[in-house]
Design a protein around this ligand. Sequence first.
Ligand code: UD1
Ligand code: CA
Length: 490
Amino acid sequence: MSRLDYVIVLAAGEGARMKSVSTPKVMHTIAGRSLISHVLSAVEKLSPTQIRVVVGANREQVESHLQEIAPTAVSIFQERRGGTGHAVQIALADTSATGTVLIVAGDTPLLSSQTLRQVVDAHTKGGFAATVLTAELPDPTGYGRIIRADDGELLRIVEERDAAEFERDIEEINSGVYVFDLAKLRSAISKITDSNSQHELYLTDVVQILRKAGERVVPILTPDFVEILGVNDRVQLAECAAIMRDQINDLHMRAGVTLIDPTTTWIDASVTLAADAVIHPGTALSGTTSIATEAVIGPRTTLIDCEVLAGAKVIESYCRGAVIGENASVGPFTYLRPGTVLGSETRAGSFVEMKNAQLGFGSKAPHLSYLGDVTIGEGSNIGAATIFANYDGENKHHTEIGDHVRIGSDSVIVAPVSIGDGAYTAAGSVITEDVPAGAIGVGRAKQRNVLGWVMRRRPDSLSARAAAQSESETPANSPTSTSEKGKPTP
Ligand code: UD1
Ligand code: CA
């Protein structure tokens, strides 16, 4: 591996075409990471001695982001946009270092470390003054054009707005990735001027300065132009995101993961999947999410920072910060929130929301419930439409449920409360006190029937007619037969 002393990442432009009021261009994300973070992670794999990032617009935001993603990178402030040449002048101003420098833009997220490595290696091996990564684009609009000399080496790079008609027809463009001999770059860059249509200092002008000085400047044509695509607006952001999505999905499929519909499956670069996981359409996996073997996810499921263990199924659900145990079943239409830990063979069924809920082996909440701040033992069942009332308006409280508990349907469990092993609660109960092991907690009004109420109070209604009909059909002295006055018919 050739030695790489410096990397300069140009990221001072304001990214006006993104039309963003709050987010600097290089901080927009694809595959769950910022554009600049993709660039830096490719660059870091080359183990350069130092990385310098030129920042300008939204400096504070970009710098604090850099602190998080690449704490060893040094940021250099470019106060006003003076052009790419100006940015490099500033980046080199306080160093007398020599050696090899790689220059890339912060808005080209698809660059791979392999390609960067190839350019650095070719440069070092050839002993060139400069090496420029080029590409042939079906539509070269907007890029600088590569003017080659008869010997195939680089004569100069001309920006589109400064190019003559015949130069615009050239399909080979400047990718914006360069490797320079640092000492030669430093001397050439002091000679560039702003005599161009933008009155900026162009880094690209060093090419012809070096060439005129008899130095070798060599273009390297990339076989895969996709890598050099840059993001200048939201259309290009979406294009690059789709390309990276396909790249990530291909890797997973080749490693044994089934993606039923890769075009609607969005997996962040940070996510891990084991072989034989199956992902159904419309699924997004992000953050630290990991999916174990034989797990089945989707359709239409979003998992953020979740751990899904082997054989679990998650259908039509939205989950963040949850652990989903072996062979557990989640969904359809389930919302799992942070702190939720589903043990093996558990179930979080449809229209169930859980927050900080821990379910032991085989426990289930199959339908229409809210489980907040609760620890449940093994083999317990939470009846449909149970609410764990964990919030008293000011504080959150915790509930403990033992093993093999049966919570009746439509219960409200008012925390803090604890329900012992094997206990039951009656359907429709409001449980405000502990229920000891083996007891049934009944927390509801006793039912009373007001006989004949419908005939008296809704005399002409369809209900009254149906009741009268039923009465006439019911044999006398049947216990359900009642007179209008609520007394059994004689
Ligand atoms: C530049 C190249 C062009 C090439 C294209 C590849 C020049 C003059 N032109 O054009 O030949 O085809 O990239 O994508 O270099 N920046 C600064 N400070 C500045 C100006 C720019 O840091 O004063 C940064 C930008 O944030 C960006 C990068 O440099 O990351 C390139 O600048 P940009 O304005 O996008 O240049 P292009 O017009 O795309
Ligand atoms: Ca650009």
